[in-house]
Design a protein around this ligand. Sequence first.
Ligand SMILES: NC(=O)c1ccc[n+]([C@@H]2O[C@H](COP(=O)([O-])OP(=O)(O)OC[C@H]3O[C@@H](n4cnc5c(N)ncnc54)[C@H](OP(=O)(O)O)[C@@H]3O)[C@@H](O)[C@H]2O)c1
Length: 253
Amino acid sequence: MNLETVFGLKGRTALVTGSSRGIGAAIAEGLAAAGAHVILHGTKTGGAAAVHQRIVENGGTAQELSSDLSVPGAGRDLIERAEAIAPVDILVINASAQINATLPDLKPEDFAFQVAVNFGSTVDMLQTSLPLMAARKWGRVVSIGSINQLRPKGIVTAYAATKAAQHNLIQSQARDYAKDNVLLNTLAPGLIDTDRNAHRRDEDPEGWAEYARTLNWMGRAGQSEEMAGAAIFLSSQACSFMTGESIFLTGGY
Ligand SMILES: NC(=O)c1ccc[n+]([C@@H]2O[C@H](COP(=O)([O-])OP(=O)(O)OC[C@H]3O[C@@H](n4cnc5c(N)ncnc54)[C@H](OP(=O)(O)O)[C@@H]3O)[C@@H](O)[C@H]2O)c1
């Protein structure tokens, strides 16, 4: 087996949404290290500059785009701008909004915002991207889900439901595009130590450590870098017989 042919991404272009930090940044750096040209993305112009610099220092290549994916049509616009740079072979749908609230406390505007960012923009991006990948007879979509898509907690009611909806969409499109060699899968993390959780960790370090200790079998939060290997696999030739599935990276749950 030639590992370069199976796992290597040389000659491929990958768009990673929400790659200015956290899991998206680690995945973008991983895909770049595997040889892909990476299009970084965040809400602010220049917001991914540090990630861009690390990729270049590591011998990779990248470019940056920015947009707010809560705006209707922003997903379509992002794909069109990325395609103007290079055909997008690999789309990593990573950016998401999470506003914690149980159902009785869920505000309509917070519900609408999470649906727009997490689900609405996913529909937009797939509608635009999948026909182009199909015409080229090669494509990989890695949708970043969550353990909450399968085992939802009440405190993340709306967020969890958008993640389940996102995976449902991945499955229907995986079925429709399988014969075009466009493969769509979900990478579903458990608790990962990112900015998203930083306030909890910083406000109550002991409570946070105890939460992580009892949450999963490994007794710790994951690191963003631990998501990169599976993302490379799902973006590569190695996953040529896998579509519509989820990989859970949870530390045992
Ligand atoms: N961390 C966890 O424990 C965990 C667990 C399960 C699943 N996940 C999933 O993993 C993915 C990454 O999570 P993370 O913890 O790395 O997140 P994070 O640290 O909060 O980073 C979020 C990223 O998404 C971008 N983003 C946020 N809102 C956006 C919007 N409206 N439009 C465009 N981009 C937006 C951010 O850009 P800016 O930098 O410009 O704000 C940033 O790049 C998410 O899909 C999340 O649901 C995370």
